[in-house]
Ligand binder design. Structure first.
Ligand code: GTP
Ligand code: NA
Ligand code: MG
Length: 299
C-alpha cells in the first residue's frame, strides 16, 4: 500500500436516546437551526445526516436518530456506522427503555459513548440521579474515574453546548480518525428516498476513497450510474472528503439505509451484481416463508 494517501477525517457522530429527550433540539441548538419544530408530530422518523462546523473550526458529521420504540433497527444501523455515540438523556425523565437500547447498540458496535444530560433547565431536572442510573447500568463515567465523558446541557437555554462540543472533539481526537481519499471508494447509505423529479436519492457517507460522477455503482441490490453528487458545497463532480455526507442521484431503484455503496467498472458488471443480489434476496425471502409454513404445520 505504498503511496496511499491517509488524511485526518471528521468524526461521524450519532445522536441516540429515548423518545423526546431532545436529540433533534440539541442538534438544532448546535447548528442554530430549527428542524425539530418542522417535524410531523415532533417525532424523528428517519436518519438525518449533516455536518456541524464547530466554532473551533473543526467539523463533525452528525446522524440524528429517532427515539421512538418502533425504530430500533434504525438505531442499530446508526450505531454501526458511527465513530461516537452521543447518548442524550433528559435530566427530568432519566434513563428509559430506549436509553438502555441505545447503550447496548453502542456496546455491540464497540463505539465509545459521550453522555449529554439534556433539559437541565427544567425545575424537575436531576442530573445526579441520571449519573447514578447510568452507573448502575455499567457505564463508567469520568466523574467516577471511568472514561465516559458526561456533559450537562440544555437545548433550550444553550447552556453547556460548548462543553458538549469540546467533549465530542476530545473523544474524536483520542481516536485519531483517518481515511484514505485515493483508491476504490467505500461508502454506506444513511438515508434513501424517492424524489418525484429526480428519482431514487441516497444520502451516503464515504468511508474512504472518492465517488465520481459517471461511475457505475451497486448499492445494496440496486445499481445505477452516478448522475449528480451533492456535497456540502452543492452540486459537485466528486464526493469530497471522507466522512462527509453526500447525496447521490442516478440509481435505478431504491436501496435501503445501511446498504454499502460499491463502485464497479462497467454497466454490465453493475447489472450482474445487482441481479445476483436481487435473486439472493428473493431466495432468502422464499426460504423464510417456507420455514414459516413448516412451523405452522407442525404446531
Ligand atoms: P425523537 O426524535 O422523537 O426521539 O425526539 P427527540 O429526542 O429528537 O426530542 P425533540 O428534539 O423532538 O424534543 C422533544 C421535546 O422536548 C420538544 O418539545 C422540545 O422543545 C423539548 N426539549 C428539547 N430539549 C429541551 C431542553 O433542553 N429543555 C427543555 N425545557 N425542553 C427541551
Ligand atoms: Na421528538
Ligand atoms: Mg428527534
Amino acid at each position: 500500500d505504498e503511496g496511499a494517501v491517509f488524511q485526518h477525517r471528521p468524526a461521524v457522530v450519532t445522536v441516540m436516546g429515548h423518545v423526546d429527550h431532545g436529540k433533534t433540539s440539541l442538534l438544532d441548538a448546535l447548528r442554530q437551526t430549527s428542524i425539530a419544530a418542522k417535524e410531523a408530530g415532533g417525532i424523528t422518523q428517519h436518519l438525518g445526516a449533516f455536518v456541524i462546523n464547530m466554532p473551533s473550526g473543526a467539523s463533525i458529521t452528525v446522524l440524528d436518530t429517532p427515539g421512538h420504540a418502533a425504530f430500533s433497527a434504525m438505531r442499530a444501523r446508526g450505531a454501526a456506522v458511527t465513530d461516537i455515540v452521543v447518548l442524550v438523556v433528559a435530566a427530568d425523565d432519566g434513563v428509559m427503555p430506549q436509553t438502555l437500547e441505545a447503550m447496548s447498540h453502542a456496546r455491540e458496535a464497540n463505539v465509545p459513548i459521550v453522555v449529554a444530560i439534556n433539559k437541565c433547565d427544567v425545575p424537575a431536572a436531576d442530573p445526579e440521579r441520571v449519573r447514578v442510573q447510568l452507573g448502575a447500568e455499567g457505564l463508567l463515567l469520568e466523574d467516577l474515574g471511568g472514561d465516559v465523558q458526561v456533559v450537562e446541557v440544555s437545548a433550550k437555554t444553550r447552556a453547556g453546548l460548548d462543553k458538549l462540543e469540546e467533549a465530542i472533539l476530545l473523544q474524536a481526537e483520542m481516536m485519531d480518525l483517518k481515511a484514505r481519499s485515493d483508491g476504490p471508494c467505500q461508502a454506506y447509505v444513511v438515508e434513501a428516498r424517492l424524489d418525484r423529479g429526480r428519482g431514487p436519492l441516497v444520502t451516503a457517507i464515504v468511508k474512504s476513497g472518492t465517488l465520481i460522477c459517471g461511475q457505475y455503482i451497486v448499492v445494496g441490490s440496486e445499481w445505477g450510474r452516478i448522475r449528480f453528487i451533492r456535497n456540502m458545497l452543492g452540486r459537485a463532480t466528486a464526493s469530497g472528503r471522507p466522512a462527509m455526507p453526500v447525496e447521490i442521484e442516478g440509481l435505478k431503484g431504491l436501496p435501503m439505509a445501511g446498504d454499502d455503496v460499491i463502485v464497479v467498472d462497467s454497466e454490465e458488471r453493475a447489472r450482474m451484481l445487482s441481479n445476483g443480489r436481487k435473486k439472493k434476496l428473493e431466495k432468502d425471502r422464499l426460504l423464510k416463508a417456507r420455514r414459516r409454513i413448516e412451523i405452522e404445520d407442525t404446531s
